[in-house]
Write a protein that binds this ligand. Structure first.
Ligand code: PRP
Ligand code: ZN
Length: 289
């Protein structure tokens, strides 16, 4: 597509597909009628979205077919391709794990010696075996790795585990993790040297960062007795100075503050102890930092 837009490759069908589209939506980038289409231009942002197999994305980005890509760190490591990681995206978290049939006894790492391990992550697995001085044979498959033990072509598998549903459905149990991964935004080398293209990437990056920051924060609102202001401030995380507002009742104040989401439950008892009431915790859509 030669329309001056940047080409962004995302996974066509798989774990990262919906989340990648959701991220674009949160960035206020509108993609319409993408079902069954291979490429489509965004309505209100200068990018074309290409829907590809995730395993092909690192090569397409390296070769400049796509300027940008959203892909798992697992796929990049397996392809052994050096790429510019523009941003870690905080979704698509998963582990590359060795998994055995459910009825297999509990195993130690050394028990992998002499085993046949089915995987589509031959390179990562090979490194892991070498580092741990294990001699096992690798059965390389391009997909449906999870059925290899029941077909008798392997003793165990090495595959991506996210929710664990695939393993459970195939009567496999995870043993140990050999690689951890999340989705990242990658960019082609020459794209990052082009000023015009970089300004589009910078805009995208700004929006992504604000979404990631907002995801981890909440807006806390509450009313407190004026007399406990000092104690309440001590309970609040010291990240930001809270907004203090007067209320019609002269003995009360309203306190508004942005807090890290994971701090809320550890604060709530103390806030109540010091008389906080009408506590509201609201989501933040965007946070410019
Ligand atoms: C991986 C893996 C499993 C699934 C595991 O596939 O091969 O099929 O994810 O996820 P779960 O633990 O949530 O069930 P991926 O999305 O990478 O697709 P691909 O193998 O077709 O590239
Ligand atoms: Zn894949």
């Amino acid at each position: 597509m030669i329309n001056g837009n940047l080409n962004l490759a995302i996974q066509r069908k798989g774990r990262l597909s919906d989340k990648s589209l959701e991220l674009l939506k949160l960035c206020s980038i509108e993609i319409e009628n993408y079902a069954e289409r291979l490429a489509i231009s965004a309505k209100n942002f200068p990018i074309n979205v290409l829907f590809l197999r995730d395993d092909d994305i690192p090569e397409y980005v390296r070769d400049g077919v796509a300027d940008l890509g959203i892909v798992g760190e697992d796929v990049i490591a397996e392809k052994k391709i050096e790429l510019n990681v523009v941003e870690k995206l905080g979704f698509g978290n998963c582990k590359l794990m060795i998994a055995y049939p459910e009825n297999h006894p509990i195993v130690k790492l050394e028990d992998l010696n002499g085993k046949r391990i089915a995987t589509s992550y031959k390179n990562i697995l090979k490194n892991f075996l070498i580092e741990n001085n294990i001699k096992a044979s690798i059965v390389e498959l391009s997909g449906s790795v999870e059925i290899a033990p029941s077909l008798g072509v392997a003793d165990c598998i090495c595959d991506i585990v996210s929710t664990g549903t695939t393993l459970m459905m195939n009567k496999l149990k995870p043993s140990f993790s050999i690689f951890e991964s999340q989705a990242v935004l990658i960019a082609n080398e020459s794209t990052t040297k082009d000023e015009k293209k970089m300004s589009i990437i910078a805009e995208l990056q700004k929006r992504i960062r604000s979404i990631l920051a907002a995801k981890n924060s909440k807006y806390l609102m509450m009313n407190i007795p004026k007399s406990s202001l000092e104690q309440i401030i001590k309970v609040l995380p010291a990240l930001k100075s809270p907004t203090i507002l007067n209320l019609a009742d002269p003995d009360m104040l309203a306190v508004h503050v942005v807090i890290p989401t994971d701090k809320f439950w550890s604060m709530i008892d103390d806030l109540k102890k010091y008389g906080a009431s009408g506590i509201l915790l609201l989501p933040i859509e965007n946070m410019i930092i």
